[in-house]
Structure formats: structure tokens, C-alpha cells
Design a protein around this ligand. Structure first.
Ligand code: SDX
Length: 342
């Protein structure tokens, strides 16, 4: 539920601030799919079913090998998501709830693996086997960053920050990519092809691609003393202030406030100050005091600060929208299932 005027976001009635503070991503994924937070037994069953589906068919490596080393990870994710459809033809029986639930476990289990394989492919590194004894987010970090060590140990600060970021992206009513998921699946296309289409919609810079575009914008501005000139360019319509504005929020996106705090926390604890964060804060301060933006109800959205945080966590800019897709997957899945049940 979104109240754009008041900047309110709730998942199944729970305020986003409470979930970011007190829940973990797997609980929130269960909440958006099933409508209630899980009991301990439901949570254990849910995470067990998902973590049993983290591996992909070995032939998927051949799909990745076909991409150039400098391929963008989003089209790699889009292609391999659709390719999953070929490994699970029975998934086309979308009217059967048991079949739907099995594809839900497979999608939640395998999409982090595909995302990590895309990352490792661009680095020329061998793929890492899932470690199902780690948390969902910890295993994702394992598949991304494990090198020669026998067992990967996730940094708890990073694991928690990434878990919160995934929670913040989990669902958002009828945004562009969720709408695409519904439209494609409304023809009874299978959920892998529908999710690939949703990811394709997310890739655009006006939607999920904005987090990547924000970092490019901050780098282009280069320093705080260039902010005034950039704001002038925006007002002369020579550029968009990426990470600002929203189809519904005509107030501060509540997710942006939480990301901003998380960015301050991670930078303080791990990577130290980042001039790009200072430029972003200066942009926000100037824009929020300028009539051009106030009249148009332009405020920071979820993408404005996420890029600085992802960069501080060690992700390359090209990977940012893939992280958005991982976070949004439960929302795409929940709304697909809701539509099929309805
Ligand atoms: C996401 O829908 C969702 O829920 C999406 C999302 C989710 O969780 O799924 O929240 C995630 O996609 C967030 C948005 C990320 N995109 C960006 O940050 C890209 C920059 N933002 C703009 O492209 C724009 O704000 C949109 C597309 C997000 C929303 O556009 P709207 O609400 O349709 O507004 P509009 O295009 O009608 O613009 C209204 C006015 C216009 O000025 P006028 O022509 O009336 O004079 O505001 C201006 C626009 O020119 N404007 C901007 C601007 N966004 C709108 N001017 C400068 N910079 C901007 N970013």
C-alpha cells in the first residue's frame, strides 16, 4: 500500500520502517507472497524449500559462456531467467497451485545464483557453488565473492545492509516491472518468461536502471561545487535529476530515508567517507529548497542513495539494477500468484 502524498509504504499492512528494522528478507518475501508473516515452522519450511533450489543446471554455464566478458549483467539475467523456462517445461501448468509454489521456490532459489554467475562471468572468475547453510543473503555474497578460502564467511554489516535493501525493494503496487509481470503472465505464459519480461522493464533508466544512472550522474557532476550548475541544467531541461521524482510519491520516498541512513552506517563502519555521498546530499539539499522541484513534488526516490551504498559494499555500477531485481522478485512473484488465484 502506498500513500504518495504522505510518503507511506506498507507491505500487507506493515509499515516499511518496521519491516526494515525488525524483519529479515526471507520473512518479508513470505509476507508479500502469503499475506501474513510466517510462524517459526512456516519460516523454516519456506527457507528450506528455497535453499534446496539454489543450484542451476550445469548447461546454464554454456549460456553464460556465450556472453562477451563485458556484457551487461541485466541482459544476462533477463536471458538466463527466460532460459530457466526450458529446464522446467511443467511450469507452464500455471493453473495448478502446487506447480506455482514449486516455481516460486525455484525462482527465489535460483535468481541469486544466476545474478552471481553473471557477476563472476564479467570478472573471469569460476562460478561458486551455493552454500545452503548460510542465510539467503549470505549465500548470495558467497556466490559473488568467495575466492580461495574453504568456506566463505559473510561480513555481518554487509549482510544486514543488503538484507535491508532487499526488503526495501520487495514490492511496490503497480510499478512498471510488476505491471509487465502481470501483463505477460495474464496470457498464461510461464513465470520464468514473465519474470524475464519484468526484469527487462526494470532495466530502463526511468525505473530500476535509475540507481545505475544516479551514480553516473554523481560521477559526471564530480564535486559539490559543480552541483549548482547541474541543478541549473536540470531546470533548463538539459538533464534529469536521476533518483528524484516518482509516479506516486509526491513526498519523500520512505525507502530513500532508510537507504540514506544505511549508507551513512556502512560508510562509517566499512569503507570510509565517499565524496559521491556528499554530492548526493548537496543535490538533495539544493533541490528540496528550490521551487522548480517543490512545485513538481520532486523528492529523492528509492534509487537516489542506493547506488552509493552498493558501491560502498563493493558492487560495480553495472550490477546495481540486478540487485534491484533480486529485491523485487518476491513482489513480482506475489502479484503473479495473486492474479492467477484471482
Ligand atoms: C523507481 O513506480 C514505481 O513504484 C517505481 C519504483 C518501484 O519501487 O518500483 O518506485 C522504483 O523506478 C523509482 C523512479 C526511478 N526513476 C528515476 O529516478 C528517473 C528520474 N525520474 C523521472 O524519470 C520521473 O520522476 C519518473 C518517471 C520517476 C516519474 O515521472 P512522472 O511522475 O510521470 O512525472 P512526469 O514525468 O509527469 O514529470 C512531472 C514534471 C515534469 O515537468 P513539467 O514537464 O511538468 O514541467 O516533473 C519533471 C518533468 O519534467 N520531472 C523531473 C524529474 N522527474 C520529473 N525533472 C527533473 N528530474 C527528474 N527526475
Amino acid at each position: 500500500f502506498i500513500d504518495g502524498e504522505r510518503g507511506i509504504l506498507r507491505y500487507r499492512g506493515y509499515p516499511i520502517e518496521q519491516l526494515a528494522e525488525q524483519a529479515n528478507y526471507m520473512e518479508v518475501a513470505y509476507l508479500v507472497v502469503h499475506g501474513e508473516l510466517p510462524t517459526k515452522a512456516q519460516y523454516d519450511g519456506w527457507t528450506h524449500n528455497i535453499m534446496q533450489h539454489t543450484m542451476v543446471h550445469e548447461n546454464m554455464k554454456k549460456v553464460f559462456d556465450g556472453f562477451h566478458y563485458d556484457a551487461h549483467p541485466m541482459p544476462m539475467l533477463i536471458s538466463t531467467l527466460a532460459a530457466l523456462s526450458n529446464f522446467y517445461p511443467a511450469s507452464r501448468n500455471v493453473r495448478d497451485e502446487a506447480v506455482r509454489m514449486l516455481q516460486i521456490y525455484r525462482l527465489l532459489g535460483k535468481v541469486p545464483t544466476l545474478a552471481a554467475m553473471a557477476y563472476r562471468h564479467t570478472k573471469g572468475l569460476p562460478y561458486v557453488m551455493p552454500d545452503n547453510d548460510l542465510s539467503y543473503v549470505g549465500n548470495f555474497m558467497n556466490m559473488l565473492w568467495r575466492m580461495a578460502e574453504c568456506r566463505y564467511t559473510p561480513n555481518p554489516t554487509l549482510e544486514k545492509a543488503l538484507d535491508v535493501l532487499f526488503i526495501l525493494h520487495a514490492d511496490h503496487e503497480q510499478n512498471c516491472s510488476t505491471n509487465t509481470m502481470r501483463i505477460v503472465a495474464s496470457s498464461e505464459s510461464d513465470p520464468y518468461c514473465a519474470a524475464a519480461s519484468a526484469a527487462a522493464a526494470l532495466y530502463g533508466p526511468l525505473h530500476g536502471g535509475a540507481n545505475e544512472a544516479v551514480l553516473k550522474m554523481l560521477r559526471q557532476i564530480g564535486s559539490k561545487d559543480k552541483v549548482a550548475q547541474f541543478i541549473k541544467d536540470v531546470k533548463e531541461r538539459k538533464a534529469l535529476l536521476m533518483g528524484f521524482g516518482h509516479r506516486v510519491y509526491k513526498n519523500y520516498d520512505p525507502r530513500a530515508a532508510i537507504v540514506k541512513r544505511a549508507a551513512d552506517d556502512v560508510l562509517a563502519k566499512l569503507s570510509g567517507p565517499d565524496p559521491l555521498l556528499d554530492i548526493a546530499k548537496q543535490l538533495e539539499e539544493v533541490a528540496l529548497g528550490d521551487d522548480y522541484f517543490i512545485e513538481r513534488s520532486l523528492y529523492p526516490n528509492v534509487d537516489f542513495y542506493t547506488g552509493v551504498l552498493y558501491k560502498a559494499m563493493g558492487f560495480p555500477t553495472k550490477a546495481f539494477t540486478v540487485l534491484f531485481a533480486l529485491g523485487r522478485l518476491p513482489g513480482w512473484i506475489a502479484q503473479w500468484r495473486e492474479m492467477m488465484v484471482d
